[in-house]
Design a protein around this ligand. Structure first.
Ligand code: CMP
Length: 143
């Protein structure tokens, strides 16, 4: 079954949106298989956002994501990678539709509340970057 990595960013944690966001994915019917509140190191942030290294906003991105705790999660379900991206909305909250996480709660492109893997390859990479195998729980759950 497909898995994806989602993370409530420091602005989402500060604004008490962790419960709201977990609730949306639970209600949708996806299965939470791993979760933790964590403070990201600069090293982990640089690795996670490695593909953006050459972008002018890279420094800002690393500074922001390490500025406070994040809530990291692994969710499982059919087509969870693409469906979670749709539920998150466009990267820029100004363009994200109402009903999506960023459309409902996002303010700026930097402070856009949530991160989610954009492909099966990045999901695998990001899950392994943030979680040890023994932190992912395998269990059965009714649909
Ligand atoms: P995320 O999905 O976490 O992946 C990369 C992040 O870069 C993205 O969300 C945005 O928060 C951030 N980002 C994209 N464009 C800009 C920008 N112009 N200025 C600051 N941050 C940006």
């Amino acid at each position: 079954m497909e898995k994806t990595f989602l993370m409530v960013k420091p602005d989402g944690v500060q604004r008490n949106l962790v419960g709201e966001i977990v609730n949306r994915f639970e209600r949708k019917g996806f299965k939470l298989v791993g979760a933790k509140l964590m403070q990201i190191s600069e090293e982990l942030a640089s690795e996670h956002y490695g593909e953006h290294k050459e972008r002018p906003f890279f420094g800002e991105l690393v500074e922001f994501i390490t500025s406070g705790p994040v809530f990291a999660m692994v969710w499982e379900g059919e087509k969870v990678i693409s469906t979670a991206r749709e539920m998150m909305g466009k990267t820029n909250p100004a363009e994200a539709l109402p009903g999506t996480v960023r459309g409902d709660f996002g303010v700026t492109v930097g402070k856009n509340v949530i991160h989610g893997s954009d492909s099966p390859e990045s999901a695998e990479r990001e899950i392994n970057l943030f979680f040890n195998q023994n932190e992912l729980i395998s269990y059965s759950k009714q649909d």
